[in-house]
Structures are given as C-alpha cells and as structure tokens.
Design a protein around this ligand. Structure first.
Ligand code: MN
Ligand code: MN
Ligand code: MN
Length: 279
C-alpha cells in the first residue's frame, strides 16, 4: 500500500516529542513527506523553527496544534490545521491551555505527596523542554528516584486512568476549542476518533456536535489503527459530510509503528481536509 505524502499530525520537543522541530522536518522530508503539519499539544512554539526547516528541505509546512477539550466525560483531542499563527485567538488558546497544564502538574504533584511520595514537581519539570510536566514526566521522575520499578508500574499504580495522578483537568469545552481554531483561520479536526473508547453511537454524537460548532473533519488514517477502522471512519465521513485527515502522530524515532510519513493514503471515497487550502 502506498504511503501518504501528507502527514498532518506529529509532535516535536515543543510538546512531548523527542525531535527538535528542525530535525523532525528533516526526517519527514527524508521519509517522503511533501506536506507536513506539526501539531504539538497546546502550543505553537515549534512552528517558526519548523517553517524555516521546511523551506530548506523543499516541503510544505502547515501550521498545526493539538488542543485538548472536554466533551462529556471524555477528553477529546482536536487538531487545528492551517491557521494563521499570528491571530490572537490561537495565542489565546495556547495561553489558556498552558495555564491548565501548569495547574494540572501542580495538582498531580500535590496528590502524590498526599500518597506519601516526595514532591516530584521540580524533578518532573527538569525532564521537560517546556517546563510543564505531564504524566509521562512524573512516571520518569518516579523511576529515577527509585519509587517504582518501571514507568509502566508508575502508570498502573498511580498515574493511569482512574488512579490518584489521573487529574481531570479543566480543559475547555469542544465549542471553545473549535472557535479558537476557526477564529485563527484554521480547520478543526477530531484526532484519532477510535482512541476514546466510545461506542459508534457516541462517536456519531460527537461528530454531530463538532459539526454544529464548525468542525471540519476527522482523522481517518492515523498510526496504530486496527483492521477495518479506516473503512469505518471513511464511511462516517461520507454519512456525516465531514472531511478526512491523515497523520502519523509521530512522537519518537523509537516507535516504528508511528513513523513520520509511514501512514497509508486516504481512501478515495473521502474529501481530504486540504481540498480547499490554496496549493
Ligand atoms: Mn502526545
Ligand atoms: Mn492525541
Ligand atoms: Mn498527537
């Protein structure tokens, strides 16, 4: 199966990825990507570096971001694609989301202290570029201090879903996030729709509300999908009249199953999210 030359979902050191934006762009170009969106979690900090690297590698860099929001009890990830990075709305999104992350990091640290752990905040911070640690950084801090035998133990016992460090953060609602993206001239896309443990009925509900807010598309092709999911999501696009996106969700060269530019092309039946972007 041919690989997509579009990869519209990946992470650099500006969020939880392992490659600096310039190195990520170089790797994408080497892997045959022609149009790349850098979509760091809740920040546009990596885009300037990525843009200049893209120019020197002769590939097109689309401005991107992956914003978290709350929809009912679900934390849903929304990709913003092809927005104007100088718009106040996207800067407001970044400011607001980072404030939520700082608050959550402090709450995770405080909860772990209540469980009898030393305060891990400074240690977890030191493991980040951004200075704002998430649960993987706390897991690594716990491992380094010999408090757990592995990061997976840290998640299983203390940080995973339903555990003490699983702080439901004060993410904004779906509409707010879609508005930030649209007000900046971008398209909003529901990231990895099968990753939320939602029934198909629920997912249709989500897409319906998302459309009502002005959402444009869903990710139909993303790394790590099970057999049949691409067809099912392409089908949803047609039925619900939304566009389709494709991305690796690359974080690190160590994970071969989520490599830049190593995702199948979109099915012919869907309308690509980039169909109206000027070429
Ligand atoms: Mn991530
Ligand atoms: Mn995500
Ligand atoms: Mn992602």
């Amino acid at each position: 199966m041919p690989y997509s030359t579009y990869d519209l979902h990946c992470h650099s050191t500006a969020s939880d990825g392992e490659l600096a934006p310039a190195d990520l762009v170089a790797r994408a170009a080497a892997n045959g990507v022609e149009v790349l969106a850098l979509t760091d979690h809740d920040t546009v900090a990596g885009l300037a570096e990525a843009q200049s690297a893209a120019a020197s590698h002769g590939i097109r860099l689309v401005n991107g971001v992956e914003l978290s929001c709350l929809w009912g009890n679900y934390t849903v990830h929304i990709l913003g694609l092809n927005f104007d990075v100088d718009e106040v709305a996207i800067l407001e999104a970044e400011r607001s989301q980072l404030a939520v992350r700082v608050e959550r990091a402090e709450e995770i640290a405080a909860r772990l202290v209540k469980k009898g752990f030393p305060c891990l905040l400074a240690d977890a911070k030191s493991l980040t570029q951004s200075g704002i640690p998430g649960r993987p950084h706390f897991a690594e801090a716990m491992l380094r201090q010999g408090l757990v035998a592995s990061q997976s133990e840290a998640f299983k016992k203390f940080l995973g879903a339903g555990k003490v460090g699983d702080v439901k953060s004060g993410w904004p609602d779906l509409e707010q996030v879609v508005n930030w993206i649209r007000d900046s001239g971008g398209d909003a896309v529901i990231a990895h729709p099968r990753k939320y443990d939602m029934s198909l009925t629920r997912l249709r509900e989500l897409i319906g509300e998302f459309k009502d807010c002005g959402g444009a598309g869903i990710e139909v092709v993303v790394s790590g999908q099970k057999q049949g999911e691409i067809g099912m999501l392409a089908d949803l696009c047609q039925r619900m009249d939304v566009k389709a996106s494709v991305g690796s969700d690359f974080h690190t060269p160590r994970f071969a199953w989520a490599e830049l530019g190593r995702v199948p092309v979109l099915p012919d039946s869907v309308v690509p999210i980039w169909s109206e972007w000027c070429q």
